[in-house]
Design a protein around this ligand. Structure first.
Ligand code: PLP
Length: 446
């Protein structure tokens, strides 16, 4: 057996992969050995374009010299020391930088190691915030139908993607799930009407229940894992205003949308929204190491501040929080945003792909193309006219992405939605190549 096949056999024997039916993996194993720029290479030497930014997080491509060097330099000082009751230099410097680039009202950084943890922390902070202020009736959360905030128990309790979450219902705490203004599937022809109806539903809920609601949690400007559903203009702003009016905290989850993905550093900038808490992860280290953070306003921070005996302390922490290597990578990553003017280039690239994606409309089974910045979802339907989906179990999204793999590009579907989320630094030429592959794969498999 050659070395590559040996790795494949070992992977089948011992691994259990996230979000993966291992029966599928056994039929189509994939082991990445190397990466360079927007290319990944598997153990057999086959090269793939990284069409999903290695799960929505890679920014500058793989093996970016400046980030590699920053990690090596940090390695020569120290890799990790705890953040419990102490800090370190890169974590402190990064906190200052994060406060600089996030909305003005966010002044505090609570680190963790993944998006889901950042969400758990936001939920616990919001919950305890009201307790610390003596409003212990405010315990509930509001979220949008089809929202996604990660896979830990708190995060799934405010998630609402049926296929991921239904099985865990007995394990979850209850949250209110309000309708989402879906531009493709809704009962009105005018999206403005849909939006207003959704905001009205929220207002009615808030009016009746505000004394028991701690916070509203929502993704930033686009539902990602729920199918790449872009929010209509004014919707997030409307939610912010309602939260203020009814004294409810607003948590915006920017785990997927942060760090330029939507064409602004953070998607809340599109509507000038200032959340009370904001979760960030994924692109924070350019896709290198697991750092995440929950940003909060000074108002939230102050509710936890006092003598130890007052029991206002936030008793939460993870062993690797504030890891020096991760923070050093994040600092180098943020420098590159400035040096390479990443945010402006994303906007140009978004316009470019919007135009190129138009050619997919001619395919028989492309029902809808949704895009915000470099976040794209192509929904495949059985019938374009009626929007009838393919029968459950046909797995057209899965087979389309498998075909893409054959053709030299990696992505993961969300049901029948083919996801296209390239690294922000992907060149125009590479973007065009990726769209050509996506089109061919959809054509051949539907
Ligand atoms: N929140 C949002 C909006 C996400 O899209 C994700 C992951 O895709 C998460 C939270 C969870 O992040 P992580 O996978 O780092 O736990």
């Amino acid at each position: 057996m050659n070395e590559a096949n040996n790795w494949v056999e070992k992977s089948k024997k011992h691994l259990w992969l996230p979000f993966t039916q291992m029966k599928d993996y056994e039929e189509n194993p994939l082991i990445i050995a190397e990466g360079e720029g927007v290319y990944l290479t598997d153990v057999h030497g086959k090269k793939y374009l990284d069409g999903y930014s290695s799960l929505w997080l890679n920014v500058h491509g793989h093996r970016k010299r400046e980030i590699d060097e920053a990690i090596i330099e940090q390695l020569q000082k120290i890799s990790h020391s705890t953040l419990l009751g102490a800090t370190n230099i890169p974590a402190t410097e990064l906190a200052e930088k994060l406060v600089e680039i996030t909305p003005e009202n966010l002044t505090r950084v609570f680190y963790s190691d993944s998006g889901a943890e950042a969400v758990e922390i936001a939920l616990k902070l919001a919950f305890q915030y009201w307790r610390n202020l003596g409003h212990s009736s405010k315990q509930k959360f509001v979220t949008t139908k089809n929202g996604y905030h990660g896979d830990t128990v708190g995060a799934i309790s405010v998630g609402a993607v049926d296929i991921f979450h239904t099985v865990y219902h007995p394990l979850m705490f209850d949250s209110y799930k309000v309708s989402f203004p879906n531009a493709y599937r809704n009962e009105h022809s005018d999206l403005e009407d849909v939006k207003n109806e959704c905001l009205l539903e929220i207002e009615q809920l808030f009016a009746e229940k505000h004394e028991e609601i701690a916070a509203f949690i929502i993704e930033g400007m686009i539902q990602g894992a729920g199918g790449m559903n872009v929010m209509p203009d004014g919707y997030l702003k409307g939610i912010e205003q309602l939260c203020k009016k009814y004294n409810i905290l607003l948590i915006v989850d920017e785990v997927a949308t942060g760090f330029g993905r939507t064409g602004k550093m953070f998607s809340v900038e599109h509507e000038n929204v200032q959340p009370d808490l904001m979760t960030i992860a994924k692109g924070i280290t350019g896709g290198y190491l697991p750092i995440a953070a929950t940003m909060t306003s000074e108002k939230v921070y102050e509710a936890f501040y006092g003598d130890y005996t007052e029991l206002k302390t936030f008793f939460h922490g993870h062993s690797y929080t504030g890891n020096q290597l991760g923070c050093a990578a994040a600092l180098a990553n943020l420098e590159l945003y400035k040096k390479e003017d990443i945010i402006n280039t994303v906007q140009n690239k978004a316009d470019f792909i919007a135009e190129k994606l138009q050619s997919l409309q001619e395919l028989e089974h492309v029902g809808d193309i949704r895009q915000l910045g470099l976040m794209v979802g192509v929904e495949l339907v059985k019938d374009k006219e009626t929007k009838e989906p393919f029968p459950w179990g046909d797995r057209v999204g899965y087979y389309a992405t498998l075909k893409m793999r054959d053709l030299g590009m990696l992505s993961r579907p969300l049901g029948d939605v083919v996801v296209f989320m390239p690294p922000l630094a992907t060149t125009f030429e590479e973007l065009e190549q990726m769209i050509t592959i996506m089109k061919q794969a959809i054509k051949e498999t539907t």
